[in-house]
Every structure is written in structure tokens, then in C-alpha cells.
Design a protein around this ligand. Structure first.
Ligand code: PHE
Length: 445
């Protein structure tokens, strides 16, 4: 194994994996999904999914990557041949690499929007900021050209970082970016708690209301758990391949999950107090919550425009460190195939993803009326990847590690004590696999 592709020290792996996990899913999607799915009921199911399904699946992904030391596809392929298993397991890696490319195509559109909002400073003395904001958002999203501009910029930066390589590109950028992200999210949540309505926020997020639970809430919470933890598509598996040999899988995964959950809840605490402090704003505003509604709320608060800039820088950093992990599995695979070199690969993939992203951009405007199952292209792609492809990928990862791989390999790689090992197997083999199937069935009928 060439050591040039292993991150030195324990922090880079943690920052990279946390960078992958913490993204638009936490800061943009989690708050609006909580807002439109009944508040605390969603939060509770989400947290259960994170710990009962997400934790064992993430441990399994890191384990496969760390043992295989290759791209997810080749790690799965090599493991299968080493232990005489069915050769088709590599398709699990292929499904993941494809999901990554599909997700990145629309992820980049929203990430580009966040980028642009760093520069969206409201003029002073507006008589109706709410009207100004919705007009701005309407104009922005109905103009394919401005969306394409920011989408292109975001794809170029993502490809540039991944093209620089695992150590110089991904490793360095997460070391640089992630500390800012954590400082900013704490700063904005403190600001919101003091200037906004923290009481209503805490009630909204944490006082249980089980009557709001429905099949749709459950499947959305599971999809969101997979999406937020970056599991089910090989991003964490790909990073696992660059984990130092001595680093412990269990402790590291717990740290990553803690950071991801912390940022999602902190994002709720950063956003809802401001939203609740403004009676004209709806919490259930949906995907427009941070773009259309939040700026209005910031506008009315002291130092609001300063914190709005900080907030959108924060969102952009989070999106960037996730986007690179969406691109890495496919890139690493192509690189192993000897497909000229990494830089060339990311250019080709970047162009492909860019084109695919156009379809999502047009869903906001010229294609907004084209619908299948009452969903436009973007909504369909979001549903397909988050609620179907990622949970399916996670299900097969759990099946592979829980039921197929030899136990002694797992026991050795994890180095867990007896009790923890038993708990891990129980959750992986029975709880995570059956809950994914049950949730699929529950939401289908
Ligand atoms: N976890 C990222 C987020 O929360 C998105 C992501 C999903 C990244 C899957 C990689 C893989 O925004």
C-alpha cells in the first residue's frame, strides 16, 4: 500500500468525514424538513434513525474502506475475491458512485445559491423587506443564467480540490475550512438565541408531538439520516481507505456522528429563533426557508447583515466539504482503472455533472411544469437518491458486513470489547436491515 494516500494523524480523517457529513443536509435541509414535518416528531424519529441505523452502517462503511484501501468499488471487489464471495458485490460500489454523481448534480445548484447569497446584501431602509426578499428569490430562481453561473463556479471549485488529490486537495482543504465552520455555527446560534425567540424554538424542536408522525414523516426522516451522515453511497467508505492504520473505527465514527448531529441541531437553533421572532414568517416555508425567509428575519435584527454574510459563508463551506466527498468515490475508481490521471478524470466528471445539473436548474423555471408523479425533475431526483438509493445502499452495506463477511475480519478490524461487539452485531444484523425494509414497506402502502 502506498502511504502517499493516507492522512497523517487522527484529525484529518475526522475533519474530512465530518466535512462530508456536515453540509446542506444539516444547515439547509434539516431545518426546513423539521419545519414542514411537524417539528419535534421528526427530530425524534431522525435521531432514532441516526443511532439505530446510521451508526452501525457508518462503522461498516469505514471498516470496508479501511480494510480494502481502495475506492469503494474495488474494495468491495477485492474483499469478495479474498473471501470467495459473490462477485456482484462490486455493484454496490457502482450504485454508490452513481448516487454520488446524481446527488452532486443538484447539490451544486443549491450550493451555488448559497454562494451567491453571501453577496446578497439588502439595501437599507426597505419598507417591505419580505416583499423585497421574495422578489429577489423569484427573480434569481427564474433566471437560468444566474443559477448556471453559480452552479458552474461551485463545480469548478469542487473539481479543483478533488483534482489536487487526497492529501493536498481534500486533506488540506478540510483542515483549513472545518474549524471556521464550527466557529461560525456556534457564533450564529449564540447570536440567534440572544436576539430571537429561543423559547418557542426549544419547544418546537424538543417537545414531543407524536400525533404528527405519518409514513411520509418516517421515510423522510430516514432518508434525511442517510443523507446527513453521507452513508449509503460510499463517500465514507472512500475516505475510510485513507484512514491511518492505527486510528480506531468506533471512537472516530461516534465523533463524526456527534459533530453531524450537533451541527444539525445548532442549525435549528441558529435559524428558528430568528424565524419565530418575525410573526409574518412561516416555519413550514420549505426549501426556500434559508434563502427567502431567513434574510428577511436577519434584516430586522441588530448586525443582521453581518451575520447573514457569516451564515452564508458557513453554508458554502459546509456544502463544499460535502461536495468533494460526493465526487471522490467515482474519481478514485477511475484513477485505479488507470484512466489517464486524476485531473483529467475530474474535468470529465465535472462536465457530466454540470450538464446534469442543468436539468435541476430548469426545474425552477423553464421545466417547472414538467412533472412525473406530481414531482418536477429536481424533486424526483432528490426523492430517488435520498429516500431510495441511499437507504438501499445502506441496507446492502449492513447485509454485507453483518451477514456475509467473516466475523473474525470484523472483530479484528473493530477491536471492540465483547459487549460493544455484541451490540454492534445486534443493531447491524437485525435492527438496521429490518428497519430499512419496514420503513420502505410502511411508506409504500
Ligand atoms: N451529508 C451531506 C450533507 O449533509 C450530503 C452528502 C450525502 C454528502 C451523501 C456525501 C454523500 O449535506
Amino acid at each position: 500500500m502506498g502511504n502517499e494516500k493516507v492522512w497523517q494523524g487522527n484529525t484529518t480523517f475526522i475533519l474530512a468525514a465530518a466535512g462530508s457529513a456536515v453540509g446542506l443536509g444539516n444547515i439547509w435541509k434539516f431545518p426546513y424538513m423539521v419545519g414542514s414535518n411537524g417539528g419535534s416528531a421528526f427530530v425524534i424519529i431522525y435521531l432514532i434513525c441516526i443511532f439505530a441505523i446510521g451508526l452501525p452502517v457508518m462503522v461498516s462503511e469505514v471498516l470496508i474502506g479501511k480494510y480494502g484501501r481502495k475506492s469503494p468499488i474495488n474494495s468491495l471487489k477485492n474483499l469478495s475475491s479474498e473471501f470467495n464471495l459473490n462477485a456482484n458485490w462490486k455493484y454496490l460500489g457502482i450504485l454508490g458512485a452513481l448516487s454520488g454523481v446524481l446527488i452532486l448534480s443538484y447539490y451544486s445548484v443549491f450550493a451555488g445559491m448559497s454562494f451567491s447569497y453571501i453577496f446578497n446584501i439588502f439595501p437599507s431602509n426597505l419598507s417591505d423587506p419580505s416583499n423585497y426578499s421574495s422578489n429577489y428569490f423569484k427573480e434569481f430562481s427564474s433566471s437560468p443564467l444566474s443559477l448556471i453561473f453559480w452552479h458552474s463556479l461551485f463545480i469548478i471549485i469542487t473539481c479543483f480540490i478533488v483534482g489536487l488529490g487526497v492529501v493536498k486537495g481534500i486533506g488540506r482543504s478540510v483542515n483549513l475550512l472545518m474549524p471556521f465552520l464550527f466557529i461560525f455555527i456556534i457564533l450564529v446560534s449564540i447570536y440567534s438565541s440572544f436576539t430571537g425567540d429561543i423559547k418557542s424554538t426549544l419547544k418546537f424542536l424538543f417537545s414531543p408531538d407524536f400525533s404528527a408522525i405519518s409514513p411520509q414523516v418516517v421515510i423522510s426522516a430516514m432518508g434525511q439520516a442517510f443523507f446527513s451522515l453521507s452513508i449509503g453511497m460510499g463517500a465514507i467508505m472512500a475516505y475510510g481507505a485513507y484512514m491511518p492504520e492505527k486510528q480506531l473505527i468506533g471512537k472516530t465514527v461516534i465523533t463524526i456522528i456527534f459533530l453531524d448531529t450537533f451541527v444539525a441541531l445548532a442549525a435549528g437553533i441558529a435559524i428558528f429563533p430568528i424565524v419565530f421572532s418575525n410573526p409574518s414568517i412561516e416555519v413550514s416555508a420549505g426549501p426556500g426557508l434559508i434563502f427567502e425567509t431567513l434574510p428577511v428575519a436577519f434584516y430586522s435584527l441588530p448586525f443582521g447583515s453581518f451575520f447573514s454574510i457569516i451564515f452564508f459563508i458557513l453554508v458554502s463551506i459546509a456544502a463544499l466539504s460535502s461536495a468533494i466527498s460526493l465526487l471522490e468515490p467515482f474519481t478514485a475508481w477511475m484513477e485505479e482503472k488507470g484512466f489517464i490521471n486524476r485531473k483529467f478524470i475530474v474535468v470529465i466528471l465535472g462536465i457530466l455533472i454540470w450538464f446534469l445539473g442543468l436539468a435541476s436548474i430548469f426545474s425552477f423555471n423553464v421545466w417547472s411544469d414538467i412533472k412525473l408523479f406530481n414531482l418536477n425533475f429536481l424533486e424526483l431526483l432528490d426523492y430517488l437518491t435520498n429516500n431510495i438509493m441511499l437507504p438501499l445502499g445502506g441496507f446492502f452495506v449492513a447485509l454485507f458486513v453483518g451477514w456475509i463477511l467473516p466475523n473474525n475480519l470484523i472483530n479484528q478490524s473493530l477491536a471492540f470489547g465483547k459487549f460493544r461487539l455484541k451490540l454492534f452485531y445486534f443493531f447491524l444484523k437485525y435492527i438496521s436491515t429490518s428497519s430499512i425494509i419496514l420503513i420502505f414497506l410502511y411508506s409504500a402502502f
